[in-house]
Design a protein around this ligand. Structure first.
Ligand code: GLN
Length: 195
């Protein structure tokens, strides 16, 4: 069957693994480069992007991850994971790097402090008529996208919070904490199309 990875260095790994398992995928928790060889897609979870950045370098995962992404690996990044996927980062900590792949600029912590986290309902036409319950936890926003990037969702004020570029999917919010499975299903469709 289909085997997909969840980058398991830090963050809300379990929540993603649970959604993917419920959708019938085999899940590999990726902590080392050899585990990356076994997967046909990868989820970059929420958490703290600066910590994940440091850990990918410490565990020699940065270059293998960048190579797989460049080679077309389907990837779904939520929140900190979206930050990791973006080519350009604003308001990172000193020296913070991203993996890149997604032709977009994201601003980290764009909605203020942790206590300014919020939930909202978002229209995401690509996923059908039912709105998405979206939880934003110290979330980034997408401030600019390249020509090859589709905007899947915006907040009422126009800020971009979900994007797609070929096999790369990113959301500023966390569908995995609300029982929303359509983004993961969409990611798995990309994985099936790529294998
Ligand atoms: N503020 C976090 C960061 O920089 C992201 C928060 C999240 O993933 N919920 O990476």
């Amino acid at each position: 069957g289909l085997r997909v990875g969840v980058l398991a260095l830090q963050g809300d790994v379990r929540e993603h693994a649970a959604v993917l398992t419920a959708l019938g995928a085999g899940v590999v928790l990726v902590r080392r480069a050899s585990e990356l060889d076994d997967v046909a897609g990868l989820v970059l979870p929420g958490g703290e992007s600066s910590v994940m950045d440091k850990l990918t370098r410490r565990f020699a995962l940065r270059d293998p991850l960048r190579e797989r992404i460049a080679a077309g690996l389907p990837v779904y990044g939520t929140c900190a994971g979206l930050i990791l996927l973006a080519d350009r980062l604003l308001d990172g900590i000193a020296g913070q790097q991203t993996l890149g792949g997604l032709d977009a600029t994201v601003r980290r912590n764009a909605f203020g402090a942790q206590n300014e986290s919020f939930e909202t309902r978002l229209a995401v036409p690509a996923l059908g008529d039912a709105p998405v319950a979206a939880t934003f936890i110290r979330a980034p926003e997408v401030v600019e996208v390249g020509a090859g990037v589709d905007v899947l969702a915006r907040l009422a004020d126009g800020r971009i919070v979900a994007v797609e570029q070929g096999p790369l999917l990113g959301t500023a919010f966390h569908p995995e904490v609300d029982g929303e499975t359509r983004f993961h299903a969409r990611f798995l469709e990309q994985v099936r199309a790529a294998v």
